[in-house]
Design a protein around this ligand. Structure first.
Ligand code: SF4
Length: 330
């Protein structure tokens, strides 16, 4: 794999966002303060390395709640859940720890508010993504999901003067702008959230890779195939005209991708641990290869852990570990 590479350029920011850090910390803390086993519904975040690490520490991953015994402890993933799942957990007397990212919860709250006020809601997103499934569950009879401007023309709503739009948090900023513009043309009175639903982490990672892509011959995006935000980083690079490949880790790199490339860009989706970036850089680097970072913004977002963890720790008379002591192996 090592060849005529002169420079490796890292995107900044890249990798873990505050919602992913919080979700992983929640599972780690749950494993230390709750009676085992701790079940996790769906992948806590879309990354195999993260899931395998937590599984090795004792977390039991399930697809649906019917795999969880009555009364057991279950963590809901960062992508959020529909109210039907929450209700099911309540009926089954499950002890719930909710790792839904607060920025996803914001979209759920907007959906319930618009539905309550009688709006037809257009949710821009990918209908098979866990986050979108959860949001649609807030008002299934009122929400239509679209993922491109092409679909706007065929939309039919009850009252064209009473339409609202929302977006998945991990979309392409540029593509979404086009879809919203098409919606505004079709429904001139459409309303939307006062602050973008596309989250800060998605926006920052796209801005960073856009800056970097113009300066390199090829971009490697480290992330899972089912990670929406990682896939968008590939698309953003390609939009700039730079070849880009999505890899789970360094083992996926094909030498022909890098043939003749002098400058390699590297970034990582919001659920990708930094260790996978370090391994990739290490594999590409030879003596004389320069490594630098293009940082477009510094992030200082951090979300608090949910109160139910404190409660569970008190019941078992154990102490919740400091945040700085968590997540050392991922
Ligand atoms: S990508 Fe954004 S919405 Fe998703 S977990 Fe991270 S911060 Fe939250």
């Amino acid at each position: 794999m090592k060849g005529p590479i002169a420079e490796i350029v890292l995107a900044g920011p890249r990798g873990f966002c505050a919602g992913v850090e919080r979700a992983i910390d929640i599972v780690e803390v749950a494993l230390s303060v709750c009676a085992p086993p701790v079940y996790v519904r769906k992948e806590i975040v879309h990354n195999r390395h993260v899931v395998e690490d937590l599984r090795a520490k004792g977390a039991v991953f399930v697809d649906e709640l019917d795999e969880v015994p009555d009364g057991a402890t279950v963590v809901f993933s960062a992508h959020g859940i529909s109210p039907a799942v929450r209700e099911d957990a309540r009926h089954r007397a499950l002890r719930v720890i909710d790792a839904t990212c607060p920025l996803v919860t914001k979209v759920h709250l907007e959906a319930t508010r618009y539905a309550r006020e009688g709006y037809s809601i257009i949710l821009i997103g990918h209908e098979d993504h866990d986050e979108v499934i959860g949001t649609v569950g807030e008002a299934p009879e009122r929400i239509a999901v679209i993922d491109s401007a092409r679909e706007v023309e065929g939309l039919e709503v009850h009252d064209p003067d009473k339409v609202a739009y929302l977006t998945q948090t991990t979309l392409s900023v540029d593509d979404t702008r086009d879809v919203i513009a098409a919606l505004r043309r079709k429904f001139p009175k459409i309303v939307g959230p006062s602050r973008d639903d596309i989250c800060y982490a998605t926006q920052n990672r796209q801005a960073a890779v856009k800056t970097l892509a113009g300066d390199v011959d090829v971009v490697l995006v480290i992330g899972a195939a089912n990670s929406s935000n990682a896939n968008r980083l590939v698309e953003v690079s390609q939009t700039v005209g730079t070849r880009a490949y999505l890899i789970n880790d360094v083992g996926d790199i094909r030498p022909e991708w890098l043939a003749g490339a002098r400058r390699i860009g590297v970034t990582a989706g919001a659920s990708t641990p930094e260790v996978l970036v370090s391994q990739t850089v290490e594999a590409l680097k030879t003596e004389g290869v320069h490594v630098r970072e293009v940082r477009v913004v510094d992030e200082d977002v951090r979300f608090a852990l949910p109160n139910e963890l404190e409660q569970m720790a008190r019941e078992r008379a154990v102490t919740v570990p400091e945040r700085s002591a968590i997540r050392q192996s991922i």
